[in-house]
Design a binder for this molecule. Structure first.
Ligand SMILES: C[S@@+](CC[C@H](N)C(=O)[O-])C[C@H]1O[C@@H](n2cnc3c(N)ncnc32)[C@H](O)[C@@H]1O
Length: 216
């Protein structure tokens, strides 16, 4: 018996190492470590917002990480956000835009939340790369002219298809249209799925993020 136990020991060790390796999942919920002093300033405000109830219907960090990741991957120069709330997702975009040298234009209907977002952008030291437009995004988007690399749709769910139709002509080929709470917007899902100019995948670990890439 002791002999068998001895022979089993390396097998048991290998099993433990392998099962640990396969169960190790990337931590998507926490904010990654800052890569510069400017990022540290942004991350301090994000942490402060999360701790002190400064968010309102904001994206969970799992989804926010995709916003940052895709914005950097696209080397985005112009991001449009529809539904700023108090600026939490806008600050995540800013982390990417500090690297790409790009800008964020974010739109918010509610004056109180727009003011809170402005103050968060200012404290985070990114107000020079963020333009906040307080108003109805359906109207404001009619005035848009330039190319767009990334769009994030995160306002009232009944408006998603109209937002998509308004921004699509400006999104450059290779650019992304991201849409939040995708399970609440069946019409939008139908519209992106049926569009041959778009390829769409879904990330459902957070609150449901539609990731559409304009392929032509
Ligand atoms: C889910 S929250 C946005 C959360 C934000 N993206 C974040 O993650 O921090 C939705 C926001 O969209 C705003 N909103 C709703 N309808 C809008 C419209 N027509 N134009 C602009 N903003 C709108 C709401 O006032 C609300 O603050």
């Amino acid at each position: 018996m002791p002999y068998i136990k001895h022979r089993m020991r390396p097998l048991l060790a290998a099993f433990l190492v392998l099962s640990a390796a396969f169960s190790a999942e990337p931590d998507m919920k926490s904010i990654p470590a800052p890569r510069s002093a400017a990022e540290k300033q942004v991350i301090t405000v994000l942490q402060d917002m999360a701790r002190n109830g400064g968010t309102y219907l904001s994206v969970p960090n799992q989804d926010a990480r995709w916003l940052r990741f895709l914005t950097e991957a696209a080397s985005a120069k112009q991001v449009i956000e529809i539904g700023s709330s108090t600026g939490y997702s806008g600050l995540w975009f800013s982390l990417a835009l500090l690297r790409t040298g790009g800008r964020l234009t974010t739109m918010e209907l509610d004056p109180g939340r727009a003011a809170a977002a402005r103050s968060h952008f200012s404290r985070a030291g990114v107000d020079h790369i963020v333009t906040l437009i307080q108003g109805n995004a359906h109207e404001e988007l009619r005035k848009w002219k330039g190319p767009i690399d990334v769009v994030f749709i995160d306002a009232e769910k009944s408006g998603y298809v109209d937002y998509l139709n308004k921004v699509l002509p400006f999104v450059r080929p290779g650019g992304f249209i991201l849409a939040h709470n995708i399970e609440m917007t069946p019409d939008y899902v139908k519209a992106v799925s049926a569009n041959p100019d778009l390829e769409t995948v879904y990330y459902m670990e957070g609150a449901g993020l539609g990731i559409s890439r304009k392929i032509r």
